[in-house]
Ligand binder design. Structure first.
Ligand code: BTN
Length: 259
């Protein structure tokens, strides 16, 4: 059943210094990512926009992200602090996926799996996806928007999917309080973001612990081309390292699955 998001409960639980302190709640938007990319909407670092429904919610590779109104969490966080816009920029991707995995594990008796670059799976099914979009002025990054879609209380998913979808309710059998979950997600995101600067090794270690593909033969789809390689490792900036014979190749973006 659709439930109203209670801003008071959320506010009491949100124990962050920056992330989510400027909070925008909306019944319906096109896409929370698209809105936060617009500098006339918000400029404060950490601004978080939660929408009950998105008419143009999208994922990586222009896929649609469909989420039933009032059931799940579809939100974006705006980053404008330039300290994140350096060569470790791609770690934001890993940090976002890891945040969702850690928050789920902190609150529920569930194990999570991370799929490069940033899908979160439970029991082999996708519970969450992350889409990072950015706006630049000339060569310089101006703003980065981290969009997260997490299936919480939706139990039925229609359509065709690369990976079968699931929700926290489907995996626990319980209806979840979204306010408490979003507060946890933002608290953990604030910590993982800080770790990009102070302890990126921790992010890589925690991320790799949840990735079951390392050492496996995988297929990689990049610009419609599929190739088969060994998932060797993730480098210090979060890019994928593939191995074939003795050659190592770096992949910056793409879709991977077990071959
Ligand atoms: C993916 O799995 O490809 C990423 C899905 C990301 C969906 C979220 S929902 C909130 C934010 N707004 C969007 O339009 N997309 C992201």
């Amino acid at each position: 059943m659709e439930s109203e998001f209670n801003l008071e409960i959320f506010d009491i639980k949100l124990d962050t210094d920056i992330i989510g302190r400027n909070f925008i709640y909306s019944e319906e938007v096109t896409s929370t990512n698209t809105l936060l990319l617009d500098k006339t909407i918000a400029n404060i670092h950490g601004t978080t926009l939660l929408a009950e429904k998105q008419s143009k919610g999208h994922g990586r590779k222009d896929r649609l992200w469909y989420s039933m109104k009032g059931m799940n969490l579809t939100y974006s966080v705006l980053l404008t602090n330039k300290k994140y816009f350096n060569k470790q920029f791609n770690l934001i991707n890993l940090a976002a996926g890891l945040t969702i995995a850690l928050s789920i594990e902190n609150l529920f008796p569930l194990k999570t799996e991370l799929k490069w670059p940033n899908d979160v799976l439970i029991n082999g099914k996708k519970v969450s996806g992350v889409l990072i979009e950015s706006a630049s002025k000339g060569e310089k990054l101006e703003r980065v928007v981290v969009g997260m879609g997490l299936n919480v209380n939706q139990t039925i998913f229609q359509g065709s999917f690369n990976i079968p979808p699931t929700s926290i309710k489907n995996e626990t059998g319980q209806t979840i309080e979204r306010e408490m979950l979003l507060a946890e997600l933002l608290i953990v995101f604030e910590e993982t973001l800080e770790n990009i600067i102070t302890n990126s090794k921790w992010i890589l270690k925690e991320w790799k612990q949840r990735c079951r593909m390392i050492g496996e033969k995988i297929s990689v789809t990049e610009d419609e081309k599929v190739k088969y390689r060994i998932f060797d490792d993730i480098d210090e900036n979060g890019f994928l390292l593939l191995r074939s014979n003795k050659k190592i190749e770096k992949i910056y973006s793409g879709d991977v699955s077990i071959a």
